[in-house]
Design a binder for this molecule. Sequence first.
Ligand SMILES: *Cc1c(COP(=O)(O)O)cnc(C)c1O
Length: 405
Amino acid sequence: MKRREIIKSLSVLPLFGGILSKIVPSEVMAAPLSTKRDLFKELGVRTFINARGTITFMTGSLMHDYVLETINNSSKDYCMIDELQDKVGEKIAAMVHAEAATVTSGAFSALSLGMAGILTGMDEKKVEQLPHLEKNGMKSEVIIQKNHQIHYNHAFINCGAKLVYVETAEDVDKSVNEKTASMHFLNCNALDGKIKDEEWLALAKKHNLPASIDIAADVPPVSNLWKFNDMGYSFVAISGGKAMRGPQSAGLLMGKKEIVAAARLSAPPRGNTIGRGMKVNKEEILGMYVALEKYINQDHDKEWKEWEDRVAVINNASKTVAGVTTNVSVPPIANHTPTLQIMWDTNRVKISGTELLAALTKGNPSIEAYGGGKNSITVSPWMMKAGQEKIVAARIKEELMKASI
Ligand SMILES: *Cc1c(COP(=O)(O)O)cnc(C)c1O
């Protein structure tokens, strides 16, 4: 037999891979090894120690190894996107106490898709008509508290909705009209608004309106994954690529069955929709799923202790510089993690916060911290790799010492 024929006949045997690998040159069997390439270096792209947090323009978070394994393994087979979303959605919904759930391309897309679901229901004609609402007989207004203004509310504008800002319960009563589609709550600003989450939901119920909530960056605590589903919010949006360290291009839409089902009509793979650009493939869907599962089951106290230890290392080093004082705090909602503020007396340490940040960025390895006022910087060590806190501590101390008189 010619070699080609041998291969052809072997391909029907179960031991295909094993035998074939002995007679086919290895470069045919295996893709060229590219894992050794350092593309950041090759392209001259600066990498850095993240002493700041889960910031989108800094690529968010580092995916856990089990997420990467899941992405690799799932990339080797085909499946139907809708079937995968159905099955994964059911599992996720059970984990977060929601009636239904689906993996989106981030919290922002969860907000857009959830909104689309509210506006269109299961009417496929309306799905195609988005973002043109009123002339197609759809509702068009979303009520939001003034102190809950954030650029991410643009997710609703993408659907054609108009944002109506209010301050009090009376404002809500006055603003509700036949065009009102929903009421939205921004959890990270919960302490700033006059109306709190329970009351907001009660107001929505009173007016027979769906209520949505953006909790994008609001785990930890892990309980926030189900708190607002338990409370009865119609839909809840969260990022997968922040504390959960799933794919940066993934998030979750959780909520009522009919809203999630309707939202999926605007989601890929369907094409004549506002959501077609918000694609998640099997790798992100499954990566998100395992990230969530691991996040729920991990030892949160242990992780918290690790973050505190890292803060302590940087704190202790900084404090040894004369004129430096520090403060450790935990933001109450969103990026709820030990955060260190380093301040100094500029009569004794002649550098501004902005200059110190620039020096850390320029150093080797480069470090990204934040704040950077007249005489202070802020460091959040939760997104660092273990051990990097020592480098950050040494570099901050070095720069502060250099500027000391
Ligand atoms: C990060 C964030 C978003 C956007 O989340 P993505 O997952 O990046 O789409 C929306 N809202 C808030 C409050 C956020 O912090």
